[in-house]
Every structure is written in structure tokens, then in C-alpha cells.
Design a binder for this molecule. Sequence first.
Ligand SMILES: NC(=O)c1ccc[n+]([C@@H]2O[C@H](COP(=O)([O-])OP(=O)(O)OC[C@H]3O[C@@H](n4cnc5c(N)ncnc54)[C@H](O)[C@@H]3O)[C@@H](O)[C@H]2O)c1
Length: 432
Amino acid sequence: MKLCMIGTGYVGLVSGACFSDLGNDVICVDRDLKKVNDLKKGIIPIYEPGLDELVLKNHTNKRLTFSTNLNDAVLKSDIIFICVGTPTKKNGNSADLSQIYNVAKEIRSSIFKFKIIITKSTVPVTTGDEIEKIFSKKLPKKLFSIVSNPEFLREGEAIRDFTYPDRVIIGTKDKKSNKILKNLYSPLISKGAKYINTSRRAAELIKYASNAFLATKITFINELANLCEKIDVNIEDISIGMGLDKRIGGRFLRAGPAYGGSCFPKDTKAIVTTADKLKINLSVIKSVIKSNENRSSLLLKRIFHILKGKVKNKKICFLGVTFKANTDDMRDSSSLSLIPSLVKKGAKINYYDPTGEKDDFKKLKNVSFSNNINVAIKNSDLIVIHTEWNDFKSINFKKKVENKKFIIFDMRNIYSPAKMQELKIKYFGVGC
Ligand SMILES: NC(=O)c1ccc[n+]([C@@H]2O[C@H](COP(=O)([O-])OP(=O)(O)OC[C@H]3O[C@@H](n4cnc5c(N)ncnc54)[C@H](O)[C@@H]3O)[C@@H](O)[C@H]2O)c1
């Protein structure tokens, strides 16, 4: 099939590369000229395990191409996926849909035969209705079908998640579109993905409801971790004990820093705002947002407590600064509030991240980057394990850290407190 992905970010590039690998002809379009030129040269703009090989393979065999020419790409394609950003509005908590509507208005003029227009971006319920209105103003109904097909991939596991999804959700009442899309996804369905055809509005809401629920699980276990710290119970035992109940499930039930990233913070805010407009109070999700916003200041207090209030001139090393492991995405990472707050209190921060130095910290005084774990931890008073990269899981701290009184604060509980005690390392985890 001939596909076009509008927006070549985490979602557009990964799904475009995966669709081309399944044998489709895919044009990935972006308005960012540098990104497109880099991709043409084989330079991948994001860190995502396995993505470079997949892009290179399919670009070389000409099934995957890159362009800035939106109208030409639409003209050449039968199925158009809109994968642009839907961030939180600058003034308020609702989703900023300007990128979506701009695309919808722009592509109308390139449609002369039937095309399926799909929102893969996460969009509030009824956005598809609005896109349909935009198209109907200029085009006869028989030339287009507006479908919702939310994406559930996770950064860091994106290729696996796209290729082996738990479910493919197609929101449309149009039988023709449904048949075509079932065919497009048939290689994934044959590997076990459940194919769900539902209404467009339901598909849009399924995505928000899923993200809000996952954010709730994380927040729930984070709050229980606070309790565990007071009663000498290890939160890991609680996660395992609860997670083995199949009704609950163990995933997204690991205590740690505040949830971040490009999805949960903005999507939880957007769903409560949508509901508020309809005079429905999603009070559970509202308290999740509040609790998560408070999480970083709680962890900051914990750092002060660990350092017995003496933060000034302390050398603190952060291992990992992105919002989670296996991604270079800094959007809403808790390090963005933790590091500046510690600097304000006089700490000297040195950090290492496998995905390199971050622009976000370049202008901050007393924050430096080391491009090697051993150098980063060498002179630390406190080592904060902020993300769960494999590179951080078997460090010989005793051998590598020169300051023998160093302390570890493991925000991901990747080390065993008992083992650390055996090694006589002063160690703190989350919820233990
Ligand atoms: N990142 C994730 O893990 C993830 C997972 C599932 C769903 N989503 C959703 O998918 C959507 C995209 O997320 P993302 O993380 O890929 O965003 P992103 O910011 O990485 O990429 C969006 C891209 O769209 C491009 N763009 C914007 N307007 C354009 C236009 N008019 N023409 C061409 N290109 C244009 C931007 O230049 C950018 O490269 C969001 O709605 C997000 O909530 C994201």
C-alpha cells in the first residue's frame, strides 16, 4: 500500500519505518528541513534502539522515503497518517491541536481520489469530527474517510511495540476504510494482535483512558512507596505481591520518580480538561496529576534528608537524565526540576546519560556533563540513579568512586539494599 506519515517524530518515523518493513511504500514528511535532510543521509534524529538499521534497510530498498513536500506526498499516497505533536497549550491544560488542524487544512487541496486520513497522534475525543468538518468544507464526502488509529508504542521499545502490539484500534464506521486498514495491519494481526473496530470517538478516548490509567498505576505505587519508607517495608515486595494478581498486573507498578515523557503528563491534563468542559469531574485523574506534580519536591526533600541538609558544595552525580531509560527524550523528565533545584541550593551537578549531553542543562551554572560513567561518578558525594539503563546495573562503585564516603540514591531500585549493606555502601532506594 502507499502510505504517508505526516510528522516524522517518534511516532511517525517508527511507524513509517515499520510499515515500510512490512512491504508498504512509505513517505515520511516533516516540515523540519534539517530532519528530513539528515534522514536522507542516514542520520536518525532520535535515539530508539534498532531504528537506525530499520530505516537504513528500507530507505536503501526505496520503500521508505523522506520529504518536506506535504502535498506531493499526499497526492502519491492512499492512506495518510497524521503523526504531528499535540502538546499542552501554553495557556491552559487542554491539548494544542493547531498542528493537527493546520495539516488537515493544508492537505485538502491535494485530494482528488478516495483517501483514508488517519489520526495516529493522540487527540481529544471529537477531534476526528472537527477534521471531518474541515474536509467537508472543500471536498465531497466520497473522497475521504477520517479514521482514528491511536498509537500505543513506548519510546525505548517502540519497534517491538509497533510490531507486536497488544491491540490495533481502528475508529471508523466506514466499512471500506475498515477493510483496507484490517488488510494493512494483517501481518500484525497474524502475529497475535487483537484488531478492534470501534467508533471514532471511542478510539480517541481509548488512548486517553489507557494513558490516564497507566499514569494512575505509577502514581499509586509511588504514593505507597512513601508509606513504605516510614514503616521499614520494601516497596518492591509490595509491587511483586500486588502485580502477581492477574487483575492488577505487575507492569507500570514500579516505584520511582514522577512520571514524565511526552505523553502521560499532557494526556492526563487533556482528558480532565475535555471532561471539565462537559461538566464531568474526573477526580481520580485530577488527584493523580497533583500527586505526580508533587513527586519531584518529595524526592528533593529525600535528597536533603539523605545529605543531612548539607547540600551546599556537595558533588552530586546523576546517572541518566531523560524521563526513562532507552530514550533520548527529555520532555517532562523529573531531572528538569530536580537538577536546577539542587543547583539553587549550592550543589555541584555532574551527569552522565548514554544519549549524550542535553541542551536543557547547558546554560546552568555548576552543571557539567561527563561522557563516561566512571568519570561521572569518580568524585561524587552522592550518586543519584535517575533512569534504569542496563549500563547502570552492574557498576563496581567501591572500585570506581574515589570519595570513600559516597552515598547512592537509587530512584529506580535497581540494586539490592541487602547487597549494598554487605558491601558497606550507604544506599537509599525509593520506598525502602
Ligand atoms: N512519543 C511517544 O512515545 C508517543 C506514543 C504514542 C502516541 N504519541 C502521540 O503521537 C503524536 C506525535 O508524538 P511524537 O512524540 O512523535 O512527536 P514529535 O514531536 O517527536 O514529532 C512530531 C513531528 O511533527 C512534525 N510536524 C509538525 N507539524 C507538521 C506539519 N504541518 N507538516 C509536517 N510535519 C509536521 C514536527 O516537525 C515533528 O518532527 C502526539 O500526539 C503524541 O501524543 C506519542
